[in-house]
Write a protein of this length. Structure first.
Length: 328
């Protein structure tokens, strides 16, 4: 049995699809589906069970001898969520409880951290897993903070020689895009947002720059296709001896204008871009640059090339966003 928390979400549902494609049949999704179309992300999967998050601990206890690995992708990932108590309960408490269960039953735990833990990037984007290094990071929102404090809890356990899960790995996902993210609304990647603008005949709307060292639309992100994030998780699943905290990004920052142009190219449309003012509410804390240092992931043995921005966007647009059924 393989357990995926947040298994109906964006990355989790793509992982479930990839595991099923490899012949895995006993996949358990732990998630809440709500009243939108999130259920469509797993509608094509042949699942062993779908479990609500409040029943997670009981399910793990009852199936502890059959669980081969837990992929913990579930979290409140909305960066604009202001209820810190809610975020703490869902992101921190659930992670700590799963960590303790994995230790108690000798299980493997691969969990989602986030590049948001790096804050404004003033201290770089190095996945240094030491308590000292992580103590210098300053997250910009409660979601990022919830991810960072769990990374720091893991670092404490490692440095103090505490008991650990049979395998543990934290993954600092950068700017992920790809199929099965439509339920995220305003929190989905810019690819479907730009695609909707362009497909309706309008321009792609990009933020103006409010820094002299970046042109309009020249703000940079480490965009990574969801298939690459899944490839990292499958590699960890196949190599249970590997533990650690790893950046999951391409290591190559690209601009939002590059992203828009890739969508125009995928649609065989002439580029048409409009630059709009960045909202004042986010202007002072807007990230102009993110780029993963991927050397630790490569040194650990992950050698698969990452998908180029153009190739990933073309696949997403032509196979999903323009298709009658946009779900994987």
């Amino acid at each position: 049995m393989i357990v995926i928390t947040g298994g109906a979400g964006f990355i989790g549902s793509n992982l479930a699809a990839a595991l099923e494609a490899r012949g895995e049949r006993d996949i358990v999704v732990v998630d809440r589906l709500g009243q939108d179309d999130k259920w469509r992300n797993i509608a094509k999967r042949d699942l062993l069970n779908i479990v609500p998050p409040e029943a997670l601990a009981e399910m793990v206890h009852a199936n502890r001898r059959d669980i081969r690995a837990i992929f913990h992708m579930g979290a409140i990932s909305t960066t604009t969520e202001r209820d810190a108590d809610l975020i703490l309960a869902n992101n921190w408490r659930t992670s700590v409880d799963l960590w303790d269960l994995a230790i108690r039953y000798g299980l493997r735990l691969i969990y989602a951290s986030s590049a948001a833990t790096y804050g404004d990037g003033a201290h770089g984007f190095d996945d240094d897993a030491s308590r000292e290094a992580m103590g210098r990071l300053v997250p910009l929102n409660a979601y990022a903070w919830s991810k960072l404090i769990f990374d720091r809890r893991v670092a404490r356990a490692v440095e103090q020689g505490e008991a650990l899960p049979r395998q543990w790995a934290g993954l600092k996902f950068f700017n992920v895009f790809g199929p099965n993210e439509l339920h995220k609304g305003a929190q989905m990647s810019v690819v479907p947002q730009f695609h909707r603008q362009i497909a309706s005949g309008g321009p792609a709307r990009l933020f103006k720059s409010h820094r002299s060292d970046y042109p309009d639309g020249g703000q940079l992100r480490d965009f990574i296709h969801v298939d690459d994030t899944v490839a990292v998780m499958l590699w960890l699943f196949d190599n249970p001896e590997i533990n650690g905290l790893f950046n999951v990004g391409t290591g190559k920052a690209r601009s939002f204008l590059d992203m828009a142009n890739a969508i125009f190219a995928a649609l065989n449309a002439a580029p048409k871009v409009e630059f709009i003012d960045m909202p004042e509410a986010i202007r002072d804390r807007y990230q102009y640059f993110t780029e993963a240092r991927a050397n630790r992931l490569r040194a650990a043995g992950f050698q698969r090339p990452f998908t180029s921005l153009e190739q990933g966007v073309a696949d997403y647009v032509t196979r999903y966003l323009t298709a009658p059924d946009p779900y994987r």
